[in-house]
Structure formats: C-alpha cells, structure tokens
Design a binder for this molecule. Structure first.
Ligand code: PXG
Length: 470
C-alpha cells in the first residue's frame, strides 16, 4: 500500500502532547481513528488490540452504546449547572451510586475531573480535617518512593518518580517518603503478591519516618495499593494491613490512590477489597466513566465529613475547594451508565475469573532474552527488562514499537512493559497479547543495535510524517 496516497495526516505542529517525546512521535505518528470493544482502529485501518485499556481507563471496553446514549441525552437535557452553591439531581444520584460501590464506610463523595485533582483534593481534605478538628500541627504528608499521584503540585510532592519532579522546583515542604516494596533480588518472577518481607517493610514507616518527624506532625500517608505507573509493583503479603495498623495507632489518615486499582482491575471492585484494608480516604478517576468523560472522585469516611460539618461555623463553606466541572452532568451520566454496566456484566468477577489464565500467559515470557522480572495481579502484568547500560528504556520502547507494528498496544515506562487490558478481554485475546509480546521481545533482542533504533520500525508512519504539513 502506498501510505502517502491514502493517509490524511493532520498538521502535527501545534499540539504539545502530554508525557510524550514530541519530536520522536511527530517523526513516527501513531494515531487511532476509531475504537470498539477491545480494539482500536489505526489511521491506516489496522485493528490494534488494546492491551492497556487506553491508559488503564476503559475497563468496560470501547464504544459502549449505553454510555454514549446516556451522555448524548444528558447533553441535550441539562448541559451544565453551576457547581458552587447550586447543583443538579444527577450529581447527588451519582454520589449515592458511587458510595454504594465503595468499601464500607467511605460514603461521602467529592467530585473532581481527574486522578491528579483527586490526589490533591484528598491531600487538602486530610490537612483541613486535622485543622478543623483542632490539630493544625498535623501538617506533614507522607508518600512513597516510585508512587504516582498525578501531576499537580501536591501529587508530585508525595509522588516518588524523580523524573516527574526534577524540572518543577521545590514544590511542597513538609513531605517525606517511605520505601517502595519492589525487591527483584528476592522476589523476581513471583506470581501475585510476594510472600515475605511485607511486615518488616511496613514497620520501617514507624521506625524511621515517624521517629524522624514525630507521629503527631503527620497528617496522612498516601499510597497506591498496587503501584501502577512506576511499573506494576505488587505489595508483599501483610504490608498494607500493617500500614493501616500503624496509621490508626498514630492518628494518621491513610489515603489509597485507587485511580488504577479501582473498578475491577484486580478482580475486586477496589484494591481496598482485594487487600482487605479500608483507608480513610480513597481516590479514583479513569474507570469511573469508562474513560470517556474526565471525572474523578474522592470518597471519605463519614466521620471525616461529619467533622467538617460539625466544626465549621453555621453558614460557612466547610471546604473551600472545588472545580467548575465538579460533577458536570455528562460526567455523572457517564458514571451512572458505567456503574450500571459493572453491575450487569459483573466485570470485577470476570476479571477475577480470567486472572489465573492471564497470570500463566504472562509468566510464559520467563526465559526470553532480556526478561528480568514478571509481576502480576488481577488483570495487570509488568514485564521488566534488563537495562542496557546508559540507555534506560531503549529496549522496552523498541518492544512497544514492534508490538504496535504487530497490532498490539502496550505501555512502556522505563524498561518495563505494562499490560492492563479491558476487563471485557477474551481468553484468546489474552493469549494473543502475550504471544505478540513474545514475538516482539524475540525480534528486538535478535536485531542487536539495529533493534534499538526507532527508525527501523513503522515505516508507513515515517512516510506520513515526511509529508505532514509543518
Ligand atoms: N493517581 C494514580 C495512581 C494514577 O495512576 C493519576 C493519579 C493521575 O490521573 P490523571 O487522570 O490526572 O492522569 C494516575 C494516572 C501509565 C499511566 O501508563 C498511568 C496514569 C496516567 C497515564 C498513564 O502508567 N495514571
């Protein structure tokens, strides 16, 4: 096929793409024009299997009619209602529905528009809670190394990914971090949760961080139950329960960032359910609307909400925080339609039922060249490669490009490939994901230096880029 004759490429110059190597992308654009079920359609009409549920945000599969209809109807009924000091019924209904979906007790809901806003909102609620209950000196926030809580200032402060922090100045003060639980030396190729080391690692929080700062100065600890963005880090057994005990003992609020682990990803509604640990505050986004309208939420224990209501002056705004688009009607319509799909199709159970097949397919990659570790939980897998000296990410990026050529979309971060398909994935598609990945790994490894050169992939896309207007 002569790509030049058939592909109408947009002008690539103006759009400054997020978290993207813009120059590299624009020399080799990877564009989708449609999506249905578990597949994208690329600009050149190829079906690309979605191995990542978009950016972890499309658990119910693409192009759901129920959601499209609900959003379309809502748009024509009530497009917008002012979010401050007035509202609309669907906002309350969405909160009620989401509260019923939450772990026990987390039934007061604040709406945001993204995971990043949810993280910052949760941190602000934690700080304000201590102030409103007469403990204003509890004002330090603890995150975790390799944690990802979005890109706003609060989120990058408690987050622990150096490359997301280094360009943006000093950020928040009064922040510290506990260690991450990844231990490849002892736990490589563990299926699911590593068995050992969890309690000792959690105890470090009390022995080191709390000793250093004094527990009475700490407002909250925020962690992802399973660290997604930094490369699928599954916590060891007992670790999160012990963190919960330590927080409770010292009056520290525990925040679970469930932006990735929510909505069935681990085979349960929440990571909280999977690990049987209930946080004080839980954040979510992504799957809440099946990825189609930006929406996030922060759920808090009823006692926290009540403390704000009881301790604020009559008529006062109890929490001076919120967004123009908090609980915008179309997001509410999408969220309710998504929750309906989860209830009807029991997608959490579906994910749980598929997880052992997914696990054995993922671990089938063990022994391939460069594969250093494989980690998995629910419908998530991380495949970590050896890093070529001074070329962090080069191997994984080439594998990603080769997969795309072969009709599979995967995510890469550093030298890790992450797989997190829609929960609607079929068994044969799981098999295809990992056999394609296997072919791509073998191919890249067999090519030596040439295998690492992006210019040796996606020749069609390079042809289009050459004719793209600038
Ligand atoms: N918290 C967590 C735990 C996340 O994973 C955010 C907050 C921020 O969400 P927003 O909606 O502001 O982007 C996230 C987002 C990846 C990947 O491939 C992960 C995220 C986003 C994009 C890509 O690992 N996580």
């Amino acid at each position: 096929m002569s790509a030049n004759n058939t592909i109408q490429l947009p002008n690539l110059s103006h759009y400054w793409m997020p978290f993207t190597a813009n120059r590299q992308f624009k020399s080799m654009p990877r564009l989708f024009k449609a999506a249905k079920g578990n597949y994208f359609t690329s600009l050149d009409d190829r079906k690309i299997l979605d191995g990542t549920a978009g950016l972890w945000c499309v658990p119910a599969g693409h192009g759901r009619n129920e959601i499209a209809t609900a959003v379309g109807n809502q748009l024509l009924t009530l497009d917008y209602a002012p979010a401050f000091q007035s509202s609309h019924p669907l906002a309350f209904e969405t909160a009620e529905r989401l509260a019923a979906y939450m772990p026990t007790g987390l039934d007061r809901i604040f709406f945001t528009n993204s995971g990043s806003e949810s993280a910052d909102t949760a941190l602000k609620i934690a700080l304000a809670y201590h102030r409103v209950t007469g403990n204003p000196l509890r004002n330090k926030l603890i995150g975790r190394e390799r944690g990802y809580h979005g890109v706003n200032f609060g989120g990058i402060a408690v987050g622990g990914i150096a490359s997301n922090r280094k360009a943006f100045g000093n950020g928040l003060t009064g922040v510290d971090h506990i260690r991450h639980p990844l231990d490849i030396a002892n736990n490589a190729f563990t299926k699911g949760m590593p068995a050992d080391g969890g309690i000792a690692l959690a105890n470090e929080f009390e022995q080191r961080i709390l000793t250093l700062h004094d527990p009475s100065t700490i407002a909250a600890l925020i962690v992802e139950p399973m660290q997604g963005s930094a490369g699928v880090i599954v916590p060891p057994a007992g670790y999160l329960k012990r963190l919960r005990e330590i927080c409770t003992k010292h009056g520290i609020l525990l925040i679970f960032d469930e932006v990735i682990t929510g909505f069935g990803r681990l085979g349960t509604r929440w990571g909280s359910d999977y690990f049987e640990v209930i946080p004080d505050i839980l954040t979510c986004a992504k799957g809440l609307t099946n990825g189609v309208v930006p929406m996030g939420a922060v759920s808090v224990k009823r006692e926290l909400y009540d403390a704000f209501m009881e301790n604020s002056a009559a008529g006062a705004i109890e929490l001076p925080h919120g967004y123009t688009y908090s609980a915008i009607p179309i997001a509410c319509a999408a969220a309710i339609a998504t929750l309906d799909i989860f209830a009807q199709e029991k997608l959490e159970d579906r994910a749980a039922g598929l997880s052992s097949h997914f696990e054995s397919c993922a671990h089938g990659l063990k022994g391939l060249p460069m594969v250093k570790d494989i980690r998995n939980i629910g419908l998530v897998a991380g495949i970590e490669f050896e890093t070529i000296p001074n070329r962090l990410g080069a191997f994984a990026f080439a594998v990603y490009l080769k997969c795309y050529e072969l009709g599979l979309h995967v995510r890469y971060t550093g030298d890790i490939i992450a797989i997190s398909p829609p929960l609607t994935i079929e068994k044969h598609e799981i098999e295809r994901i990992f056999s394609t990945l296997s072919d791509a790994i073998k191919f890249v490894a067999s090519q030596g230096e040439a295998g690492l050169n992006a210019n040796n992939y996606l020749k069609n896309e390079q042809d289009w880029a050459a004719i793209s207007p600038r």
